[in-house]
Design a protein around this ligand. Structure first.
Ligand code: HEM
Ligand code: NAG
Ligand code: NAG
Ligand code: NAG
Length: 360
């Protein structure tokens, strides 16, 4: 198998886009449920105006963005009248009651309102600092989306129908959404590392241990192919992601120390596997030490990796115990499967001696 095979080129392309896609960030937040996104851009150079760009389905009733969490901050509301006019209203509210128009309507300037296909695009500006409110570099914004149109062309006395979706999001306007970007990097890192350490590597180990009778000779090809062509690129990608998120190597936390050990250990294990294969003697009687080392070193790595998840969740600040419990249940299931299959393997030996089938 050459490195230039078609499959490897495709793997490289997919990996490249998976990495680049999580690295690019903007000061943008999207409400996935309704495809409502807003982008907030701080003043450039000697300008003083903050630019707001809202994108939503053209069927939206009204769209809201608030500076500060919840409804009692500085609220900006946009809707389109039945004559097709775009109205922008500045309001202030109290949690749970109808937000009222203020005397600061002049803060806001609508700069664009376009419908492209079934998408509505609204742009407006507001000075960074206004009478009652200043937008900070790291700022929480409230957002709201309503499907019912206010059916009014009075930006002061309009009655806003209830929103269907609302929430808050903190954006880092100065550095792009680097906080969100950090989260994205870590979530991608955790998904890749979990899939490789708790699905692929144990899968390849199970195949080498339990599937020898079922898949004579194929088991070996599978074991090697999984570890070389799936586990290796994913371990590399997962490590790059954590390295980028952490902005370098750090050894100030058990997760980071164990992670580094696992990274080295993984490649040492590949090397021991290669040595075993190179020195393999089909007529052997007895199992050489390097082969045993490959078993025990491999098992130790997976056991060590099992500690990474609670440490990683803690480092990421996950306090919801559900994630820990799901993980412990998963570990328990793997352990039961391993014990059960090992027991069957052992039981099937004619002399009840725990010896594996010789590889073919
Ligand atoms: C299971 C196999 C895993 C391995 C081998 C692994 C490996 C690593 C390594 C080597 C680092 C250090 C990067 C550096 O400091 O340069 C790291 C960081 C990190 N990993 Fe993992 N990891 C694994 C799973 C997970 C899981 C399941 C989570 C859960 C969220 C997680 C969350 C994190 C976090 C939060 C960091 C810190 C990034 C920072 O320094 O800010 N990891 N990991
Ligand atoms: C910014 O300042 C420069 C000169 O310092 C000026 O030429 C330019 O027009 C200014 N830009 C804006 C948007 O005011
Ligand atoms: C809004 O736009 C008008 C016309 O372009 C301009 O005169 C006014 O100063 C702008 N207001 C703010 C607060 O930027
Ligand atoms: C308004 O926004 C649309 C879509 O982004 C864009 O094509 C158009 O050029 C904008 N118009 C103005 C005046 O900025």
């Amino acid at each position: 198998m050459s490195i230039y095979s078609k499959r490897n080129v495709w793997c490289a392309i997919v990996l490249y886009f998976a990495l680049v896609q999580v690295v690019i960030g903007e000061t943008k937040y999207c409400l996935k449920e309704v495809d409502y996104c807003f982008t907030i851009t701080l003043p450039q150079a000697n300008e003083t105006l903050v630019n707001f760009r809202l994108e939503a389905p053209s069927t939206a009733g009204w769209l809201g963005v608030g500076v500060g969490p919840g409804m009692d901050g500085y609220l900006m509301v946009v809707w389109i009248t039945s004559e097709g006019k775009t109205l922008l209203s500045q309001r202030v509210g109290e949690e749970g009651v109808q937000p009222m128009a203020t005397d600061q309507q002049a803060d806001l300037n609508l700069t664009n309102s376009t419908i492209v296909g079934d998408k509505l695009i609204i742009e407006f500006t507001r000075p960074l600092k206004v009478k009652t409110n200043t937008i900070k570099n790291k700022q929480t914004f409230a957002y709201a989306y309503a499907t019912i149109n206010p059916e009014s062309d009075d930006i002061v006395n309009v009655y806003l129908p209830r929103h269907d979706y609302r929430g808050n999001v903190k954006l880092d306007l100065e550095h792009g959404d680097s906080e969100l970007q950090y989260d994205k990097l870590i979530i991608a890192h955790a998904s890749l590392m979990s899939s490789v350490w708790f699905v692929l590597i144990p899968g390849a180990i199970f195949i080498a241990r339990f599937a020898r009778n079922l898949l004579p000779t194929t088991w070996f090809k599978l074991h090697v192919a999984i570890q070389l062509f799936l586990s290796t690129p994913i371990v590399l990608a997962g490590s790059v992601l954590s390295f980028v998120a952490a902005e370098g190597l750090k050894f100030d936390d058990p997760h980071r120390i164990i992670g580094f050990v696992l990274f080295l250990g993984f490649f040492i294990q590949l090397a021991i596997g290669a040595i075993h294969h190179h020195l393999y003697d089909p007529k052997r009687n007895g199992i050489p030490w390097w082969t045993k080392l490959h078993w025990w070193f491999g098992r130790s790595l997976v056991v060590l990796a099992a500690f990474q998840v609670p440490f990683g969740l803690k480092l990421f600040g996950v306090t919801d115990m559900v994630y820990y419990y799901i993980y412990y249940i998963y570990l328990f299931v793997i352990l039961i499967a391993f014990s059960f299959l090992s027991f069957r393997l052992w039981n099937r030996r004619p002399d009840n001696e725990f010896k594996r089938m010789e590889d073919s």
